[in-house]
Write a protein that binds this ligand. Structure first.
Ligand SMILES: NC(=O)C1=CN([C@@H]2O[C@H](COP(=O)(O)OP(=O)(O)OC[C@H]3O[C@@H](n4cnc5c(N)ncnc54)[C@H](OP(=O)(O)O)[C@@H]3O)[C@@H](O)[C@H]2O)C=CC1
Ligand SMILES: Nc1nc(=O)c2c([nH]1)NC[C@@H]1CN(c3ccc(C(=O)N[C@@H](CCC(=O)O)C(=O)O)cc3)C=[N+]21
Length: 277
């Protein structure tokens, strides 16, 4: 069965829209986009149209690819101190001359809609309330929407990035899955992934996961967004794996729309916290 991220996001967005309509003012997100990478641009535009539909405001700050680090820093600083701004998103990756770690950390963690800030990552790893990274949060929302059981299941995560692999592993662990984290130095990867009841692929390599790596009846979540000959392709070879999976996310219309949905929920949460509601 296909886990329809687009449809699920639409449904959850309706709920959020209702909540947002009850607020005294519109939550506002500032997106900082450096350079004109077409993939980033299309993704940012997607976010823009979704948040606007939900009754929230999104501004995109287009910066030249040669912008200085100080200019980006100053812009973030001004948003940190602007009470009208509820969320700040610095689109990654940044050009090499900019220190993304430093700039991410310069965002006030109370406006960190991505949940990438050290403080928010720390709150996650200490199991305390905080803003959760949007992609893992979106994946959890999708699993829950379809009533997929997590407790006691063996979840195998391919990838250990701060953005996806590490936080999704912790979130699954906190829901009582038994979690195995794998990466580029893992030996006998297929033997491990074949044991997964829930397999999360967050690698960044088109069609990396083939059917010989998947157990019959597994739940397969494909986080990958790869562009091959102008087409979007996931990290899972969908045609091969779909027949043996009990549930599988497609690309597009899988994890992507759920990420944007989770970002909307994060912005709403930030707004409430900032207003003391
Ligand atoms: N749908 C969405 O909303 C989002 C999608 N993405 C997509 O998800 C994918 C992953 O993103 P991200 O986590 O940021 O990527 P990173 O490049 O930061 O991390 C990739 C991970 O995959 C591991 N890896 C690489 N090659 C192999 C291999 N041969 N075998 C096993 N593991 C391997 C790496 O291991 P090691 O640590 O050893 O290097 C690393 O941990 C990308 O396609 C990205 O575009 C990302 C964010 C949001
Ligand atoms: N600070 C920051 N936060 C991010 O969350 C972030 C980021 N930087 N950099 C890039 C990655 C990637 N990412 C995607 C989210 C949604 C889709 C998405 O909705 N994709 C649609 C298709 C869109 C299309 O056709 O281009 C889909 O999968 O159906 C894609 C990619 C968020 N990221």
């Amino acid at each position: 069965m296909i886990l329809d991220g687009r449809k699920t996001a639409d449904e959850l967005n309706l709920v959020l829209k209702e909540k947002v309509s009850l607020l005294k003012s519109k939550p506002r997100l500032e997106i900082i986009l450096v350079g004109n990478d077409p993939a980033s641009l299309s993704y940012v535009k997607g976010k823009l149209s979704t948040t606007e539909k939900l009754g929230m405001v999104t501004n995109i700050n287009y910066l030249d690819e040669h912008v200085s680090e100080k200019e980006v820093y100053d812009l973030i600083h001004s948003f940190n101190h602007n009470d009208e701004v509820n969320g700040i998103l610095l689109q990654l990756p940044l050009p090499k001359h900019l220190n993304s770690e430093m700039l991410m950390e310069s965002i006030d963690y109370r406006k960190d809609v991505d949940g990438f800030h050290t403080i928010n990552q720390g709150l996650l790893f200490q199991k305390k309330a905080g803003i959760r990274p949007a992609t893992p949060k979106g994946i959890m929302m999708l699993l829950d929407h379809y009533g997929i059981e997590i407790e006691g299941k063996h979840a195998v995560v391919i990838g250990r990035s701060q953005i996806v692999g590490a936080p999704i592993s912790k979130m699954l662990l906190d829901r009582n899955a038994t979690v195995t984290i794998t990466h580029s130095k893992t030996k006998n990867l297929a033997e491990i992934t074949k044991q997964a009841d829930i397999l999360i692929a967050a690698i960044g390599k088109a069609k990396f996961v083939t059917k010989d790596m998947v157990k019959q009846g597994a739940v397969v979540i494909d986080v990958g967004i790869n562009r091959v000959d102008g087409k979007l392709v996931g990290d899972v070879d969908f045609n091969e794996v779909e027949p043996i999976a009990s549930y599988i996310t497609p690309v597009p219309k899988g994890v992507g729309p759920m990420t944007i949905c989770a970002l909307g929920y994060n912005l709403y949460e930030l707004y409430l916290k900032q207003r003391g509601e």
